[in-house]
Ligand binder design. Structure first.
Ligand code: 7PJ
Length: 283
């Protein structure tokens, strides 16, 4: 087991995440294809219900996303993204005891989401969109910086690395220092290697095997591998058959010192994490 050396608390707006033990972040997609067409209130209520279920089984963060990063997904305007995300953030903040993470690259969503009660900004573009650094700094929230080459639509075309671990590490270190200059201190930053983003199966597996290398920066690590195609490719499994693979990687990530697991299957992942904790607590 790896014991990473970073401070034990992550300030997330009005809340604090205790990093003495790993946390499970439940994924809440609020794209139109993820909730049926029953209208805006029905979508909001369905999102709240799903979030409440995840919190009930142990999620301590909910990652709310209104922009699909799937290759080929239609781009959404900031207004459209805000219309999807804002009512859901507002409702969860009012109803549930949980840290809300905004899965967004859009400055307007960061600002409005923060005002409505979010605690973290989770940006797959690591604050590279115009105005995103300034917006994230203004909010004072925690920030997750994720590695990706290029843009979601084209990233899988031909990803190439000499040394994927070194290059992901260099990218994250560079974004960490850009954040510091912009007024986002390292104490508020979480790092994420971005599994599945501009990476082949071989890249993803190497990166996972050497995940510990990313502790060099002294910041908590977030890992998102739930149901991803790296599991499908390694095991020959369709998306609805990837729970065992997802749980294996979640447990391995915890053993390698990851602090936050971003997952679809919260109850199962929480059990895996609790089982590891039970072993660690033994004499
Ligand atoms: C990730 C994410 C991830 C972070 C997505 C999917 C694709 N944010 N958003 N890390 N993945 N921080 O869930 O399959 O790995 S969307």
């Amino acid at each position: 087991m790896i014991v990473p050396q970073h401070p034990i608390r992550l300030p997330c707006g009005s809340r604090t995440l205790d990093l003495a033990h790993p946390h499970v972040m439940g994924i809440l997609n609020v794209t139109p294809d993820s909730f049926s067409d029953g209208g805006r209130f029905a979508a909001r209520d369905a999102a709240l219900r799903h979030a409440a279920e995840m919190v009930a089984v142990g999620a301590t963060l909910i990652d709310v996303g209104g922009e699909s990063t799937r290759p080929g997904a239609r781009p959404v305007s900031p207004t459209e993204e805000l219309e999807r995300v804002a009512p859901v953030v507002e409702t969860i903040a009012a109803e549930l005891d949980v840290i809300i993470s905004l899965d967004t690259s859009t400055p307007a969503v960061m600002r409005e989401g923060a005002r409505l009660g979010a605690g973290m900004i989770n940006d797959v573009r690591a604050l590279r969109r115009e105005g995103a650094l300034e917006a994230a700094a203004e909010t004072g929230l925690a920030v997750c910086l994720m590695h990706m080459l290029g843009e979601p639509g084209t990233m899988q075309q031909s990803p190439r690395y000499e040394d994927v671990v070194a290059e992901v590490g260099n990218f994250l270190a560079q974004r960490l220092s850009v954040c510091t200059v912009a007024g986002i201190p390292p104490e508020r930053v979480v790092l994420d290697p971005g599994f599945g983003f501009a990476k082949t199966l071989a890249h993803n597996l190497s990166l996972f095997r050497r995940l510990e290398a990313l502790h060099e920066f002294g910041r908590p690590l977030l890992v998102g591998v739930s149901r991803k195609s790296m599991i499908g490719q390694a095991l020959g499994r369709e998306v609805d058959e990837r729970l065992p693979g997802s749980l294996a990687l979640a447990a391995l990530a915890v053993a390698k010192g990851a602090c936050i697991l971003r997952v679809h299957d919260v109850a199962e992942t929480v059990d895996a994490v609790r089982m590891i904790a039970a072993v660690q607590a033994a004499e």
